[in-house]
Design a protein around this ligand. Sequence first.
Ligand code: GUN
Ligand code: FE
Length: 445
Amino acid sequence: GTFVHSLALSDLQVLQSAAVGVHEDGTIEFLDENADSPEAVAEKHSWPAGSYSIVSPDPASASFFFPGFFDTHIHASQYPNVGLFGKTTLLDWLNTYTFPLESSFADLKVADSVYSRVIARTLGNGTTTAAYYATVHTASTNRLADLALSAGQRAFIGRCCMDANSPDYYCDKSLEEAQVATLDVIEHIKKIDPSHNIVCPILTPRFAASCTKELLSWLGKLATDTKLPVQTHISENLLEVELVKNMHPFGNSYADVYDKCGLLGDRTILAHAVHLTDDERVLIAKRGSGVAHCPASNSALTSGETRVKLLLDAGVKVGLGTDVSGGFTPSILHTARQALLVSRHLSMEGDESHKLSIEEVLYLATVGGANVCGLGNKLGNFLPGKKWDAQLITLDCKDSPVDIFPWERQKHEDLVAKWLFNGDDRNVTKVWVDGKLVAGTEFAL
Ligand code: GUN
Ligand code: FE
């Protein structure tokens, strides 16, 4: 079939009549750019007849294989609140909408119903890897890990740490409580997926404004000792930046607070990064940390416009995040669309260099996200040696939101553009993770 994937920021490769060979363990064995028939390709690679099965879309259909999406920042527990933010901004939004909802995850029944829905919804939208925030609750965070593993979605599972400046009804009551709960979740995930191939714990100080210096430093040391990844928020909102400055005067900047606590490693995901200074971009690049760009959330909560091009130019890794439910969409395709539009708003302020292209936002959604998650050597595109995490996009499926005319069928660059701007989960007919079919509109048929 046709394969579309990113090789570099501005290099989106479209291969028509290509073939990818996937080993039983999910590893891509070969990518043949010109393939006559599946049988001829198999013979060339000495795959005996009968030892393989074929997935080959109808050549007359407007369809292509695309790498699975990375959602580098999503609050699984906030899914019921998508679209609910009114006219609030970050700090009053947290108190009005977010903390009351998250506190309800003390009840495992709430966790079961919300987490199973959000996993199904994101997988159905082609998200094969998600970096999830859960809540402070150990049992329901462990349940999120169980559910992601059984659905077959790659997931980083973060138990939210928040021992300062948080409401009494929803917080860590002490440093020790945060430590015990964090270690419990790590232990649980070690038991259910010892190699962390599918689910992996991620250390999650909610943000510097909700953690003591002691908790931040303990998590930083744990990250160094265990090599586990870290996720947190940075410079999302101006009032938040001010709050962090007052709370943690030992830091020269927001990024420096994390750095002094050992939290800026090469597996750290920093969400938002709207109001960073040049020095902070340089520091983050030097440490090898990545940024989760959350354009839908930054627009909805009027947080601001992240300078993605400045981050990339400084050498910072960048991926996309839905930030459900600061962001209202669980779809990374829609988020890529938002990233493109926000970059155009920035360019309308006078500097064209902020403008992002279709190729660039689709790179951020795949290879960029893989790099931010520390999985760039294993995932992100269809190069041999990587894992087959992929989606089959069918633009002329039943009830498609995209209208394709007969003369457009072979113009794959145009089809990709039409998909980006009008496509949705109805076009996601199959989704594979680690070589296994796990979702898509044709999954249960
Ligand atoms: N900063 C601290 N917590 C949150 C959260 O839940 N969502 C967002 N967008 N920012 C935060
Ligand atoms: Fe967030």
